[in-house]
Design a binder for this molecule. Structure first.
Ligand SMILES: NC(=O)c1ccc[n+]([C@@H]2O[C@H](COP(=O)([O-])OP(=O)(O)OC[C@H]3O[C@@H](n4cnc5c(N)ncnc54)[C@H](OP(=O)(O)O)[C@@H]3O)[C@@H](O)[C@H]2O)c1
Length: 339
């Protein structure tokens, strides 16, 4: 066993979209597990949009990454050494390893994985993003058969879970995705009734016309993953008593175009006159629902009834570029780094 490890640190805080110089690949000494800790060799790292927020020094629902600190992230890995009860060498586990080849974590912060499922699924369809779609749709979307749902980033792990669960419940599902290939995957792999390429529309009015054509009865649930032009396009199409689970707003994560798309007064009025239920939620508040989610969704994934896509980058050194690309839609499916 090598006595060195590598990690990706935050070299500087990005201005707008992150660039490779914002990250640094460093090597160091392999840590030794203390009592109740486990030493893990990371095999798969999850890259998620929320990590962009952690790079800023602003108050949010979770602390920022310190300059020089290891980038936050969830990983899957093999136990190399255990000083924690319930874990043994060779177990496959998941936890907040950070962007690193190895991590020492308390056993209480790790979960052992079911060996019958591919380990990477713990980062996507059967992990935090899948749970987000499941929790948010049931608790805040309140779907009813016959209704119409629109979701952006529809081929990603959150959007594809939302679309498939809604379809299973008898809703008409409309995907908003970037590019013809993702639109094809949305309908063929994830069973959406219609898919609209938001990148093919220059403005919100044009995108709105396309969504209106696919949703002739209006929109009952708009699952907010992206904000920006998609939000502007959908808002006037919302039906009375519609629901908007506000999950993410990736179009604004760089902070660049919030001002130009700020339609707040008009949207605020729509919330009143259409009696919309707009529910912001953060998945951290819903971890207690994880066992119920797994019990419901894991058998469906195992039987192929819920599909998922993964986009796998190779090597920790390629994590920054994969992350930068994902924020711009360069990923097709859950973005993972295989170490
Ligand atoms: N509230 C929570 O607790 C929680 C938990 C997990 C995730 N989230 C949020 O859920 C959303 C989806 O997450 P995910 O992990 O499933 O991501 P993802 O779909 O794998 O990746 C992000 C996707 O966003 C789309 N995108 C980027 N810029 C866009 C723009 N300007 N307009 C429209 N679409 C754009 C791209 O897809 P296209 O190429 O199709 O445009 C890109 O592939 C994110 O906003 C994330 O922050 C929230």
């Amino acid at each position: 066993m090598s006595d060195t490890m590598s990690r990706v640190t935050l070299a500087r805080r990005p201005k707008g979209a992150p660039v490779p110089e914002d990250f640094k690949l460093e090597t160091g000494t392999l840590p030794t597990p203390a009592t109740d800790e486990v030493l893990i060799e990371v095999t798969h790292l999850s890259l998620d949009p929320y990590m962009r927020g952690r790079m800023d020094d602003v108050k949010s629902y979770a602390p920022s990454v310190d300059l020089g600190g290891t980038m936050t992230g969830q990983g899957v890995g093999l136990v190399l050494e255990s000083k924690a009860e319930g874990f043994a060498k060779g177990d496959t586990v998941t936890g907040m390893t950070g962007w690193a080849s190895h991590a020492c974590l308390p056993g209480s912060e790790l979960r052992k994985l079911d060996p019958s499922l591919p380990p990477s699924t713990a980062l996507g369809v059967l992990g935090m993003p899948g749970l987000t779609g499941w929790v948010g749709l049931h608790n805040f979307g309140k779907p009813k058969a016959g209704e119409t749902l629109v979701v952006g980033a529809a081929t990603g792990p959150v959007g594809s879970m939302v679309g498939q669960l809604a379809k299973e419940l008898g809703l008409r599902t409309i995907a908003i995705a970037g590019g013809a290939e993702k639109c094809r995957l949305a309908t063929e792999t994830f069973g959406f009734d219609a898919a609209i390429d938001h990148r093919a529309h220059d403005d919100a009015a044009s995108l709105r016309a396309a969504i209106a054509e696919a949703a002739p009865g209006g929109v009952d649930i708009y699952w907010e993953n992206v904000a920006g032009q998609v939000l502007e396009a959908v808002m006037p199409l919302m039906n009375v008593h519609g629901r908007i689970p506000v999950c993410g707003m990736i179009a604004w994560y760089g902070g660049s175009n919030i001002a130009e798309t700020n339609q707040l007064p008009g949207m605020w009025r729509s919330i009143l006159v259409k009696r919309l239920h707009v529910s912001g939620f953060i998945i951290f508040d819903h971890w207690d629902e994880f066992p119920a989610f797994l019990a419901d969704v894991a058998p469906k994934v195992a039987k192929g009834e819920i599909a998922y896509l993964e986009d796998v980058a190779e090597g920790l050194e390629n994590a920054p570029n994969a992350f930068i690309a994902m924020l711009k839609g360069g990923n097709t499916g859950k973005q993972i780094v295989k170490l």
